[in-house]
Ligand binder design. Structure first.
Ligand SMILES: [Zn+2]
Length: 169
């Protein structure tokens, strides 16, 4: 009986750790990265990587957007089971590098697990859970908008494998 309880506890705990932990902490209106523009209709979701900095936390990335005063940010930042939402999805964010992309696409940044830019298995699982909460629209890369090497590890045939893992191929 005790063993059964213990097993149940372990199972519940490991299950809990693998569930997406979404925190909404919107960037204040009027910050330089605030586009002040409404995203009328979500037509796609754009995946990014945050660069070769696996040690960053989602808050570090958000702080950088806010403090660098640059015209860049995205809606979500994913790392393992963590999701930090920085903008509501009905607001335009500067992430795609072109007007059409910004005006129609929700941006998701993923913090990679290594400098090559690979996403961890847990990040991929979380990304899938997050995508399931968003409209069913094409999942594309920053690379598909402008040719920028983003997300770097997936600017090749690995992208199809990733889409498969996300249940979108
Ligand atoms: Zn990007």
């Amino acid at each position: 009986m005790l063993l059964l309880k213990l097993l149940k506890l372990l199972f519940t705990r490991s299950k809990k750790q693998e569930t997406m932990n979404l925190v909404q902490k919107f960037i204040p209106d009027g910050t330089p990265c605030d586009t002040k523009k409404k995203l009328e209709k979500i037509e796609s979701i754009t995946i990014h990587w945050t660069g070769p900095y696996p040690g960053q936390s989602p808050s570090d990335v958000r702080d950088w957007w806010v403090n660098s005063k640059g015209e860049a940010s995205a809606h979500f930042i994913v790392k393992d089971s963590e999701v930090l939402q920085c903008w509501p999805t009905n607001k335009v964010a500067w992430h795609a590098g072109c007007k059409q992309g910004n005006d129609t696409s929700v941006g998701i940044e993923v913090i990679p697990m290594n400098v090559e830019g690979e996403f961890s298995k847990l990040s991929i699982k979380t990304l899938r859970q997050l995508l399931d909460t968003l409209p069913l629209v094409p999942i594309i890369r920053h690379y598909d908008w402008t040719g920028k090497e983003c997300p770097k590890y997936y600017c090749n045939s690995r992208w199809e494998q990733l889409l498969k893992e996300l249940g979108r191929l």
